[in-house]
Design a binder for this molecule. Structure first.
Ligand code: AMP
Length: 249
């Protein structure tokens, strides 16, 4: 069984992004970029499935600019066998990515697609769901455990106040939550090995997909600045302030 893992190149989670002065987006010039953290978890899970003998091949896919190759090399250093870059300089929205992934699913016929639950740059949480809809595939989002046996995946999902376990027939789409696993450290020998692994580069046109944005960003703005806190002498004053000033009780 092949496992397809879409990985997105995003601003590193340690970077504090700044909104551009014209409000058209965030400034990503000269900013450290890394693999979306949930996608690292997805790659780790796919590699573990291969190590258990459940998966036969792990294919990492990234859609975006040429530098996404670095993200794909990281995925291969974690243990993905090969990579596909769908290269474009266009801004890609989740629907466009889902269509590109659907075209690759048709071509590669994976038994499982494991995505991150959301990208930390756009916070959309849409791509996996859209891919499942386009491909008419069963889906389990927010997975904290995946077990594959007898052509089925048993997925434990984190839901409000507990867990839910669902069974899907394969092929299926699963999105990874934070507690699914802890990704391994990438070692130098594995980084070196990854340089030799196969990376295919295709264009959206080769897959017959029109990636034109369907949504227009009207404005991006900073969150309001938080005022300084105050110390209150006793509980009675706190309650009074919550009641009269904050008006939350
Ligand atoms: P989103 O719907 O944008 O929050 O992204 C959810 C997941 O879809 C990510 O964690 C990735 O696994 C996948 N994804 C989104 N955009 C891309 C992209 N440009 N290339 C590869 N995978 C992507």
């Amino acid at each position: 069984m092949k496992v397809l893992v879409p990985v997105k190149r995003v601003v590193d989670y340690n970077v504090k992004v700044r909104v551009k002065s014209d409000g058209s987006g965030v400034d990503i010039a000269n900013v450290k970029m890394s693999m979306n953290p949930f996608d690292e978890i997805a790659v780790e899970e796919a590699v573990r499935l291969k190590e258990k003998g459940v998966a036969t091949e792990v294919i990492a896919v990234s859609c975006g600019v040429q530098q996404c190759q670095e993200t794909l090399r990281t995925a291969m250093a974690i243990g993905a066998d090969r990579a596909i870059l769908v290269q474009t300089d266009e801004e890609l929205q989740p629907l466009a990515v889902a269509k590109l992934l659907k075209a690759l699913v048709d071509k590669e016929q994976p038994g499982l697609v494991i995505l991150g639950k959301q990208a930390i740059d756009d916070d959309c949480n849409q791509t996996g769901q859209m891919l499942a809809a386009l491909g008419d595939l069963p889906q389990a989002t927010f997975a904290s455990k995946i077990e594959v046996a007898d052509g089925k995946a048993k997925v434990t999902r984190e839901v409000d106040g507990g867990f839910e376990t669902v069974e899907l027939s394969l092929p299926a789409v699963v999105t990874a939550d934070l507690r699914l696993n802890e990704p391994r450290y990438v070692t130098l020998p594995n980084i070196m090995k990854a340089k030799k692994k196969q990376m295919d580069v295709v264009k959206p046109e080769d897959l017959g997909v029109d990636v034109k944005p369907r949504l227009k960003t009207l404005k991006v703005s900073e969150p309001p600045k938080r005022g300084a806190g105050v110390k209150v002498p006793d509980v009675a004053t706190l309650v009074a302030k919550l009641k009269n000033e904050a008006k939350v009780i």
